[in-house]
Write a protein that binds this ligand. Structure first.
Ligand SMILES: [Zn+2]
Length: 426
C-alpha cells in the first residue's frame, strides 16, 4: 500500500517545521519532501492546514483499567489500592479485560497515541489480540503483584505471553515482564522474576519509587532504598522501564544508568495521587532520556498523552520556579522519540525517511491553532488532543478525518458503560 500525505506542515527530526508531502510505502516513510515521480499513491490524504507529528508513545499505562475510570478518586495511594482498586480487580472477568482494552484503544487512537506500554492482566493475550486488531503498537506485560497468592503462576503467564506474542502483529506487539513494585514484591518473588527475565531474554516493566511512603517502607524492611533493593534481587540484569521514579537520589541514578533503566514520568497520576514531582530536569541534565506515560485511567483520569506532554512542560517550571525547566520541544520529544527508545521500538518516533510510518495529523483549522507563530508551541501549550483527526501506524490508516477505521467506537462505548456498571455491582 502506498499513501501520500499532501502538503502537511511536517515536524522534522530537528524540530523545524515546513510544508511537505510525505510518501508512505508499506510500513515505512519512503520520502519526505521531494517525492520521486515513480511513487504512485494508492491513497491520498490531504494534509493542508494539518500538522504532521510522530505518533505519541504512552510508556506506562494499565489499559483495561479504563473500566474503573471515575470509580474511586481523591484518595491516598494505598487506601485507593487496598480498599477500592484491588478488590474490584479481583472480580474482573475476561470480558472486562477485553472491553476495558477496547475502550482504552479507542481513547488512545482518538488522542494521537500509536504505541503504549501496558501492565495488567490476567488474560493479557486478549489485550494483545485487541491491539493487533486496532492496528497500533502494544508493549505488553502481565503485572505480577508478588505478595498476592498465585504470583508465581502470574510470572509463568507472562513468560507464556512472551513466547506466544513477542514480535506478533507484524512486529507491533512486544512483551515485557511485569513486576508491580518493590512494595508489593518480596525478595523471593523478585529473584524468581529476575531468573525468568534472564533465562527468556525478557526486558522488565516495573513501578519504582513512586511515593515517600514506599521509600520509607523499603528502607525499614530491607535497610536500603527501592532501587538498591531491586538491583540486589538481580531484577535489573535485563534493561527495564520504571514508572514514576518520583523520589530519587544520586545512588538511584547511578543504578538506573548502570542497568539501562529508563524512567517513565507520569505527571498526571503523580499530581492526582499527590505522589510528588519527579526530578525530570535533573534526569535530563544527567543525560537520561525520560519517557512519558498516563498511568491507568483511574489515576489520571484519561489516556490523553498530549495532556501529559503539556503537564511535563508545565509542572517542572512551577516546581523549579524556572520557565526554562522543560521546554515544549523537550516535552514533546519525551512523549514521542524518547518513549519509543525507552520501549525498544526501532525507527519509531520521528518523521524521516526509513522510519516506521507512525504519524498523527492535527487539524489546525481551529481557534486554538491561530495564529501559527510556532507549531510545536501550539501543539504543546494550546492545542487540544481532539484536533488529532488522522493517524497512521505501521503504514496503515487507523483514523482518517476523525473516523476510526479499525474499531466500532459507538458499540465499544455502549458496552464499556454496561460492563463497568456490571463490574461494580458484582
Ligand atoms: Zn502504574
Amino acid at each position: 500500500m502506498k499513501i501520500l500525505i499532501k502538503g502537511a506542515n511536517v515536524l522534522r527530526p530537528d524540530y523545524s517545521t515546513d510544508i511537505a508531502d510525505i510518501a508512505v510505502e508499506n510500513d515505512k516513510i519512503a520520502a519526505v519532501g521531494n517525492i520521486p515521480e515513480s511513487f504512485v499513491a494508492d491513497h491520498i490524504i490531504e494534509g493542508k492546514d494539518h500538522f504532521a507529528v510522530p505518533g505519541l508513545v504512552n510508556a506506562h499505562t494499565h489499559a483495561s483499567m479504563t473500566l474503573l475510570r471515575s470509580y474511586a478518586d481523591d484518595m491516598e495511594l494505598m487506601d485507593w489500592l487496598n480498599n477500592k482498586i484491588w478488590p474490584l480487580e479481583a472480580k474482573m472477568k475476561e470480558q472486562d479485560i477485553r472491553i476495558g482494552a477496547q475502550l482504552a484503544l479507542v481513547e488512545m487512537i482518538r488522542t494521537g497515541t500509536t504505541a503504549f506500554a501496558d501492565m495488567y492482566g490476567p488474560w493479557m493475550e486478549i489485550v494483545a489480540d485487541e491491539t493487533i486488531g486496532a492496528g497500533i503498537r502494544g508493549i505488553l506485560s502481565r503485572g505480577a503483584i508478588g505478595f498476592m497468592p498465585g504470583a508465581m503462576k502470574t510470572l509463568e503467564e507472562n513468560v507464556e505471553l512472551f513466547r506466544n506474542y513477542h514480535g506478533s502483529g507484524d512486529g507491533r506487539i512486544s512483551v515485557l515482564l511485569g513486576v508491580h513494585a518493590p512494595y508489593t514484591c518480596p525478595p523471593d518473588f523478585c529473584q524468581a522474576a529476575a531468573k525468568a527475565s534472564v533465562e527468556n531474554g525478557i526486558n522488565v516493566h516495573i513501578h519504582m519509587s513512586e511515593t515517600q511512603a514506599e521509600i520509607k517502607e523499603i528502607q525499614e524492611k530491607y535497610g536500603k532504598r527501592p532501587f538498591k533493593y531491586i538491583e540486589d534481587t538481580g531484577l535489573f540484569q535485563r534493561p527495564s522501564i520504571a514508572a514514576h521514579c518520583v523520589w530519587l537520589d544520586d545512588e538511584d541514578l547511578a543504578i538506573m544508568k548502570e542497568h539501562q533503566v529508563t524512567p517513565v514520568h507520569n505527571p498526571g497520576s503523580n499530581m492526582k495521587l499527590a505522589s510528588g514531582v519527579a526530578p525530570v530536569p535533573w534526569l535530563l541534565t544527567h543525560g537520561v532520556q525520560v519517557a512519558l506515560g498516563t498511568d491507568g485511567a483511574s489515576s489520571n483520569n484519561n489516556l490523553d498523552m498530549l495532556e501529559e506532554v503539556r503537564l511535563a512542560a508545565m509542572l517542572h517550571k512551577v516546581k523549579e520556579l524556572d520557565p526554562l525547566a522543560v521546554d515544549a520541544a523537550q516535552a514533546l520529544r519525551m512523549g514521542t522519540e524518547y518513549g519509543a527508545k525507552a520501549l525498544w521500538l526501532d525507527n519509531v518516533g520521528k518523521i524521516e525517511v526509513g522510519a516506521k510510518a507512525d504519524i498523527v495529523l492535527y487539524d489546525m483549522r481551529r481557534p486554538e491553532w491561530c495564529p501559527r507563530h510556532n507549531l510545536v508551541s501550539l501543539l504543546v501549550y494550546s492545542a487540544n488532543s481532539s484536533s488529532a483527526d488522522t493517524m497512521l501506524c505501521n503504514g496503515r490508516i487507523i483514523m482518517e478525518k476523525g473516523e476510526l477505521k479499525t474499531m466500532d467506537e459507538e458499540k465499544i462505548l455502549f458496552e464499556a458503560n454496561k460492563c463497568a456498571l456490571d463490574l461494580v455491582n458484582r
